[in-house]
Design a protein around this ligand. Structure first.
Ligand code: PLP
Length: 395
């Protein structure tokens, strides 16, 4: 990377938090602001129609990117967190009553826990937890047992890839099992969409959420995919703007999908930039991305394992780990390691990674986390390892 920090070349290994943006994404935003800026859906004038075309073409790009059946199944949101809040609120309102149950995994990000807690509190629902194994994988036996035993289960919520462990969960099989019990599944795709192809027809999940900024797109825009037959039955989330058909003081009727869920002026600059990012990723291709990131992850794991007193979480031998590695080094607080690596120009993340229940399960209050993107290099992994060794010597 050309950027330097503290006079050192920046080694950016915090991609699970957010990715850096390719020039085409930034240029798409600048170009639209300069040349095509007008509010969408409302104007008959040239610019408004152009902006609307770009916005709706972006929906089509997302539809194709995740292989949804219909572009009306693509709801634009501010990101994964808002997507899940929308779903928890609307699904809870439509389908859940006091005593009903929600299943979430022990490795969920807070964004896939707290929205469910909020609706659970309001409606007297119960949250049950799918445990993980010591290897950092979903305990599938326990999951199936929970499915068998839970008579009032209404939804399963599971992350596709853990933002702490890098574990890729067997969501396709989990969806099949849940469906055998007549229960829909939400997949949190925040950490899978940047790294491998996700396919709604293949996964057959009922809902899928992801964020633009983690896949080289802009901040403030994300997606909630939902099967049409579910979305049709959900009430609106917020009111105002394009989500209505007719409004009177006596009664308001709501718009068709997807607009029913998109109140107010959408982030049309963001959606166009997100589509540009998805096109960028598609042009490189997931075969290339996956192979490169797997090489980096394997190499980093191999090098990290040579460091004294290191504990790496998840990533069992022969396991199914993605481009995220969490670890601790005995005797060095994760925050100290992160701060000292930063002084060497190496950006990694420390703390609980918005997964406090998982930290509890791992028996730690935080970890150091490195996470890769398609632009990282083997030399950057070497810098990380050299940096860790240098810091370790100071303790
Ligand atoms: N879910 C997972 C697995 C994540 O890693 C993150 C962000 O780190 C989120 C949800 C929340 O994403 P956002 O902050 O973009 O809404």
């Amino acid at each position: 990377m050309a950027r330097t920090v503290y006079d050192k070349p920046l080694v950016y290994l915090d991609n699970a938090a957010t990715t850096q943006k390719p020039r085409c994404v930034v240029e798409a935003m600048v170009d639209e602001y300069y040349n095509v800026n007008a509010n969408v859906h409302r104007g008959v004038h040239f610019l408004s129609q152009k902006a609307t075309d770009l916005h709706e073409a972006s929906r089509e790009t997302v539809k194709q990117f995740i292989n949804a059946e219909n572009s009306s199944e693509i709801l634009f949101t501010r990101g994964t967190t808002e997507s899940i809040n929308l779903l928890a609120y609307c699904f809870g309102e439509a389908f859940m009553e006091a005593g009903d149950e929600i299943l979430v995994s022990e490795m969920e990000h807070h964004s896939d826990i707290v929205p469910w807690q909020l609706i659970a509190e309001r409606k007297g629902l119960k949250i049950k937890v799918i445990p993980i194994t010591d290897n950092g994988e979903i305990d599938i036996k326990a999951y199936n047992k929970l499915l068998d035993e839970s008579e009032r289960l209404k939804i399963v919520c599971v992350t596709h890839v853990s933002n702490v462990l890098g574990t890729v969960n067997p969501v396709k099989t989990m969806v099949e099992s849940a469906h055998r019990h007549g229960v829909p599944v939400l997949v949190d795709g925040a950490q899978s969409t940047p790294h491998f192809k996700v396919d709604m027809q293949e996964l057959d999940c009922d809902f899928f959420a992801f964020s633009g900024h983690k896949i080289y797109g802009p901040t403030g825009v994300g997606v909630l995919y939902g099967k049409e037959r579910w979305l049709d039955k959900l009430p609106p989330y917020q009111g105002g703007g394009e989500m209505i058909k007719r409004v009177s003081f006596e009664k308001t009727t709501f718009n068709d999908l997807p607009y029913k869920f998109e109140a107010g002026t959408p982030d049309y600059i963001g959606t166009h930039a997100l589509a540009t990012a998805l096109d960028y990723v598609s042009a490189i291709g997931f075969d290339t991305i996956k192979a490169h990131e797997l090489m980096l992850t394997d190499y980093a794991l191999q090098q990290l394992r040579t460091i004294d007193n290191i504990q790496i979480y998840g990533h069992p031998e022969g396991g199914n780990g993605d481009a995220v590695i969490s670890f601790n080094i005995k005797g060095i607080h994760h925050l100290d390691l992160g701060t000292l690596l930063d002084r060497l120009g190496i950006a990694i993340r420390t703390g609980h990674h918005c997964a406090e229940p998982l930290m509890h399960r791992l028996g730690t209050e935080g970890t150091v986390r490195v996470s890769f993107a398609l632009y990282n290099t083997k030399e950057e992994v070497d810098s990380l390892i050299a940096g860790i060794r240098r810091v370790a010597k100071m303790f």
